[in-house]
Structure formats: C-alpha cells, structure tokens
Design a protein around this ligand. Structure first.
Ligand code: CA
Length: 538
C-alpha cells in the first residue's frame, strides 16, 4: 500500500513536471520569442523560433547531399525591412534570416549572397570548403535576399529602390538590424563583426569595406564580382565569340555547348601545363607562377592534314578572343583579359562559358544568369527586351556606366576602415570563368599603389590567388581552405596570414600553403610534394 502510494506520488510528480515543461517556455524560448516585439523602424519580424541543438540535415539546394554538421540551439529570426510597392507595382522588401546560437562566441558574421540574390539562404555561415559553418562555431549569422524575391528573376530591375537595395543598401540595413537584434538578445553588442562571401557575396564584402567602413572588423571577399557590371558585358563578349564558331542544329541554330568540346578543352589544359607547370620549379599539375606562363593557343592550330590533337583556326580565334578580353573596335579595353590556367578543362569552367545543353537553348550561366542580369539590371535606360547577342562593344558599354557607379566595388580610399584596424582578405580562383583573376589582381595592385605600396597595403589587405580554381571552388585546385579562421586570427590575434593551408579533392592526400600575393607557393626542393611542410612562399 505504501509502495503503491509512493508510485502514484512519483507518477504525479513526473506528470507535473512534464506538464510544467510543456506549458512554460524556457528562458531561452522566451528571449527568442520576445525578439518579435523588438521595435526597429521599418522592420517587421515575421517569425522567431528556437531550434534545439542537433544535426543539420537539410540539403543546401535541391539535389545536394545532406550536410553533416551539428548546430547548437539557435534562435532563428525571420524578418523584412522597408517593405514598399515598386515602380512596377510589385511588393519589395529586404528579407533576412538571423540565427542566434546558444552558446554565443560574441561574434557576428554576415553571410554574403550570390548571383543576383533574391533568396534568403539559411544563415549557417558557410564560409569556405574547409570551414566549419560559423553558426556551429557559435557565431550569430545573418543572411539576406538583398531586397527582392526570385533567384535569377531580374524583374527587380524595374524598381529603382530594389536596384539600390541589391547594389549596396541591403548590406547596410541588414547589418544595422542584425546588430540591434543581437544586442537585444544577448544583452550586449557583438565584440567582433565579420563579413564573408563569395561571388556576389564577395562584391558585397568589398562594398561593406568601402562604403560602411565602421561596420566590420574583418571582411573576406571570395572571387568577388566587384566589377559585376563590366563582367556582365564580358559575358556577352564571350558568348558572341563562342556562338560564332558553334555547330548548328538542323534548324540552323547554334549550339553554344558544342563550340568547344571537352577534348578541345583538355587539349588546351594539357598544353598550358606543358608550357607553364614547371615555371614554378615543380611539375605537379599546378601553375604556381602564372607570370612565367606565356601560353598561346595558336601553337595548337591544326597543321596541314592534321585532324586530331589540334584545334581549327576558328576555335583558336575564338579562344584568343575570349582570353584577350572584351575591347571595342578602337582597341580600348571594356573588360580585363583572362589568365591561361589548366582549370579551363574543368566542368566548373564549362558550366559558365559553354554550358552542357546539346540544344540551341543554352544552359550556360553566362547566358541564363549573365544575359538576364545584363538586360534586366545593368543596362540603362532600362530595356528588358534587349538582345545581348547584339551588344555593340562600341556603343553599349556606356549603357552600364550608371549601374556600375553605384553597384561596383572599385574604391581604394578606405582610410576609416584601415584606421580602425579592420582587415580585408580577398581570394580568387585563377581559372574563374566569371570574374577574371587578372581583373582582381589589377584592382589589388591599384589598391596598393594608392595606399602607399604593396608592403603598406599588405598590413590590412591581402590577396590569395588559387591556381586551378574556378568560381568559388572546383577545378584542378586546392580549393579547400578556411578564410574565416585566417581573418579572425588576423583581426583578433594580429596574425597576418602569410599563407593559408589548403587541400583539394583533385589532388587527394596533397596539402599546400596558398600564399599571399605577390608571393607564390614554391617547393623547397626535398621531401614529399604532397606535404605542405615542404613548401614555402616566395
Ligand atoms: Ca607547378
């Protein structure tokens, strides 16, 4: 009987405590929920949810394998700033997702976007192929759609405010909002703030450093679309050159993907390696000394009666036209040329410049995204029916100048950013088919020239060139590195990154340092060529 009473009593206690936890939210749940009541001018918080700690197993995009990392408990805040009806009557607003982890490492990270944005990507803080997501490391992370909805939907170009938000204002607004919500949630502002992005996210990072110099302590700009306007013009240049030599379907329509075959591109890559690989002192499939590389595809032109292992003169001509870069009929440069790199044979290179569609409907990103962006956003006066295949390199480059003026991140005067001790780390794939490494190098050299020379500039801005790497990854490259750890160590410990350790799936078992420009990776002459310890920067 006593035993029975005790069991009933125990049951009541258990039931009581179960009921208590079901009905009374935890302190963290209350703090998270209460963020919905935060008053921020022009901001509506649409939801606040406390996620429990656990594995993150949602594919990052359709068809991608589920990632395998553990996240701490985190409060997810979804909101929209500055809702407005656009000039086209459509509804616009700057959407964002902020994730606030428990525990917090007192750092804030802005995760840059990509392409023409238009989606709010999960604010996990994915910053590099070898970086643990920042959220998993305890960073508060924010992401944004940059002011409009619809990835590759360029109709936001109809609205002046939406164009401005995409160009730079979303970075401003979302940073301020995120810092306010962080302060509200944790009771103090972030101790350090970082921006990390690649592609358009890299451009946003440079925008942050150049136009909002007090916002971030460290900025990582990967393969930055810092001259997105003229890169879009270059996409028209490349496509026009390649379409001209493309085989046609039965209806007489050119098939862009077949302009150069995979065998053609492999032949070029092999010839580049034959010419350039050993110029860094080591034949290892990586061109670490591009300055010593003077490859010319003319060397591959078919001699009389030669039918294989060579290129037709039309293909040689198109390749030269693409790699020499866009010019007008007077020879004035419209966009940079491109370095020759063996990454040209990578699917990640084809993905942009040629695509894989064996029909006249191209799926090359230069066409699907590039043409849409050129006619829908960059070109003014606004002309959404413009045909980029008819882009006139004498007359039309003028038409991107207005957008370039507010969209492109080309400033070099950054004394407030520098004066605060903030740091800028740029990395760039040498085989990037979207934003030319030559263009990024030219910017960095100009930055150095206008800031007291390269040694003075290296104190706060460093460039890491990644041989073989295509756009933000891919290619025969050591593309797995951790720029977030590098920038944090630089900002917080004063450890300027002379190099970053890197690996890559194209070279299993290999590790190497990626060196800060103008230094290049060099083999010390003894020991395994797959061990980073046997390499230095020179
Ligand atoms: Ca080499």
């Amino acid at each position: 009987m006593i035993l029975h009473k005790a069991a009933v009593c125990l049951g009541t206690i258990l039931l009581g405590s179960f009921a208590l936890s079901a009905q009374t939210p935890s302190t963290d749940e209350v703090r998270c929920r209460d963020l919905a009541r935060a008053t921020l001018d022009g901001v509506s918080i649409t939801s606040t949810t406390l996620n429990p700690a656990g594995p993150y197993n949602t594919p990052l995009f359709p068809g991608a394998p589920a990632p395998t990392f553990e996240l701490p408990a985190n409060c997810v805040v979804l909101g929209t700033a500055d809702r407005h009806a656009g000039a086209d009557g459509k509804a616009y607003g700057i959407g964002f997702e902020l994730r606030l982890p428990l525990p917090w490492n007192e750092r804030f990270l802005f995760q840059g976007g990509g392409g023409t944005d238009g989606v709010i990507r999960p604010a996990l803080g994915l910053t590099g192929l070898a970086s643990l997501p920042a959220l998993a490391q305890g960073y508060a992370v924010v992401s944004t759609d940059a002011g409009h909805q619809g990835f590759t939907d360029l109709s936001f170009g109809h609205d002046q405010q939406a164009r401005i938000d995409y160009a730079y204002r979303a970075v401003d607004r979302v940073t301020v909002i995120a810092k306010r919500l962080i302060t509200e949630f944790y009771g103090k502002p972030p101790a350090k703030s970082y921006f990390v992005g690649c592609s358009n996210g890299g451009r946003q990072g440079m925008i942050a450093a150049q136009r909002f110099p007090s916002y971030f302590d460290g900025v990582v700009a990967g393969d930055p679309g810092f001259r997105l306007s003229y890169a879009a013009v270059a996409e028209a240049w490349d496509t026009q050159a390649l379409i001209r030599i493309a085989p046609k379907d039965s209806g007489g329509n050119p098939i862009l993907a077949q302009a150069l075959t995979n065998d053609d591109l492999s032949l070029v890559a092999k010839a580049i390696l034959d010419d350039c690989d050993e110029k860094d002192g080591l034949k290892d499939g990586i061109v670490d000394n591009p300055d010593g590389c003077h490859f010319n595809p003319v060397a591959l032109e078919c001699k009389q009666e030669q039918a294989s292992q060579c290129l037709t003169s039309a293909k040689v001509g198109a390749l030269k036209q693409v790699f020499d870069g866009a010019v007008n009929s007077r020879g004035d440069r419209v966009y940079s040329g491109w370095p020759w790199d063996p990454g040209i044979a990578s699917p990640a290179w084809r993905f942009w410049k040629l695509g894989s569609s064996n029909s006249a409907v191209s799926n090359a990103m230069n066409v699907t995204l590039g043409f849409a962006a050129l006619k829908g956003y960059f070109l003014l006066p606004y002309e959404p029916t413009f045909d980029p295949m008819k882009f006139d390199f004498d007359k039309d480059p003028e038409r991107v100048r207005e957008t370039a003026a507010f969209n492109d991140a080309v400033a070099t005067e950054m004394d407030t950013f520098v004066g605060r001790g903030a740091k800028l780390l740029i990395y760039q794939g040498m085989a990037d088919p979207v934003f030319s490494a030559s263009d990024v190098i030219a910017y960095y050299r100009r930055l150095a020239t206008e800031n007291g020379g390269i040694e003075a500039t290296r104190k706060w801005a460093r460039l890491f060139l990644v041989p073989g790497m295509c756009h933000c990854g891919g290619g025969p490259a050591l593309d797995q590195f951790d720029p977030l750890t590098a920038i944090v160590d630089w900002v917080e410990k004063g450890n300027a990154p002379d190099s970053m350790p890197a690996k890559g799936s194209s070279f299993p078992g290999r590790s190497r340092p990626l060196c800060a420009y103008p230094e290049q990776t060099r083999y010390k002459g003894t020991g395994s060529i797959d061990d980073a310890a046997n390499f230095g920067c020179r």
